[in-house]
Design a protein around this ligand. Structure first.
Ligand code: SF4
Ligand code: SF4
Length: 305
């Protein structure tokens, strides 16, 4: 099942707006929002939730006050400063790393170790296709595992529906959730902006793609705001043998579309939307090159409204 993941290496490059536009242009696809810490694709897609499932991962220690005799052993051994000694002792769940040491060493066996409900994941339908998404609770970890779970669910859903492409809005940065969203993907679309930070973060995510042997293509968003820096990014792509899939000019219509809750390609058929159609065509070519033409799922583009 071909998977495209849209990444940026940093937030605020327009990655989600572009993912929504590509979701509008694609056919026979499942959309996946892999930014589980701060998802926002749903703001544009207005999903109707079909199911909600608890994401349970990892454990946290919890003291039974009725059994704790206040010996203080747990506070002594916790390397993370999660325990306040007392009678009973108290564990701060936001600091507990779930190492289980206090559970093992408590002489009164007063410390429980339940699995943690870290968030929820959802199957939804939207006007642009089925959506698999999630919300990790504030301060919770295991985002990489949740991303892996969403990808697995997206693949299963696509197989069930007979769909032939997964289009994922990836998380920002280059940390664990990005690694989890990238490994095994067929194509990474890297959205950058013409600033020194944009180039720096692009370099980092390109390294990551190289490490995981995922073919990558680059889009320079708002490229006309700093043509010199856009040239520097183009030169970087050429030097690294990366496909430069297109330049997108700054266009206030993107914000207008967002205010209306629409992808830019739904909001207006000309201008930037036309450029995006051309870029999407190049994306098809790149995907064909990495997966073979027989598995290219993007044989047509929806007519624009
Ligand atoms: S080690 Fe057990 S008994 Fe001692 S303070 Fe901690 S919870 Fe209470
Ligand atoms: S499980 Fe580990 S991190 Fe959590 S309170 Fe016990 S010793 Fe500290």
């Amino acid at each position: 099942m071909p998977e495209i993941v849209v990444l940026s290496g940093k937030g605020g490059t327009g990655k989600t707006s572009l993912t929504a536009a590509f979701a509008h242009l694609a056919q026979d696809h499942v959309i996946c929002d892999l930014d589980v810490d701060a998802p926002d694709l749903h703001l544009l897609l207005a999903p109707r939730r079909l199911s909600s499932t608890a994401f349970v991962s990892g454990h946290k220690a919890r003291i039974d006050p009725a059994r704790c005799d206040g010996c203080g052993r747990c506070a002594q051994v916790c390397r993370f400063g999660a325990v306040t000694a007392g009678s009973p002792a108290v564990i701060d769940p936001l600091r507990c790393e779930g190492c289980k040491l206090c559970v093992t060493l408590c002489p009164a066996e007063a410390i429980e170790f339940p699995a943690t409900h870290c968030g929820d994941w959802y199957l939804s339908e939207t006007r642009l296709g089925p959506l698999v998404h999630a919300q990790l609770f504030p301060g919770e970890e295991n985002s990489g595992r949740l991303v892996a779970l969403l990808r697995q669910q997206a693949r299963q859903l696509a197989a069930r529906l007979g769909h032939r492409l997964i289009l994922a809005d990836g998380p920002p940065g280059i940390g664990c959730p990005v690694i989890s969203s990238l490994s095994g993907a067929d194509l990474a679309l890297l959205v950058t902006e013409p600033t020194p930070t944009g180039l720096h973060d692009l370099e980092r995510v390109v390294e990551l793609c190289g490490h995981f042997r995922v073919p990558a293509g680059v889009l320079i968003n708002k490229s006309d705001l700093n043509p010199r820096q856009a040239d520097a990014i183009a030169a970087f792509c050429a030097a690294r043998g990366l496909a430069l899939l297109g330049h997108l000019p700054h266009d206030p219509a993107v914000t207008e579309a967002m205010v209306q809750g629409l992808a830019i390609t739904e909001y207006r058929p000309d201008g930037l939307a036309q450029t995006l159609r051309e870029i999407w065509s190049r994306v098809q070519d790149r995907l064909s090159a990495s997966t073979g033409p027989q598995t290219n799922p993007m044989t047509a583009i929806h007519p624009l409204n």
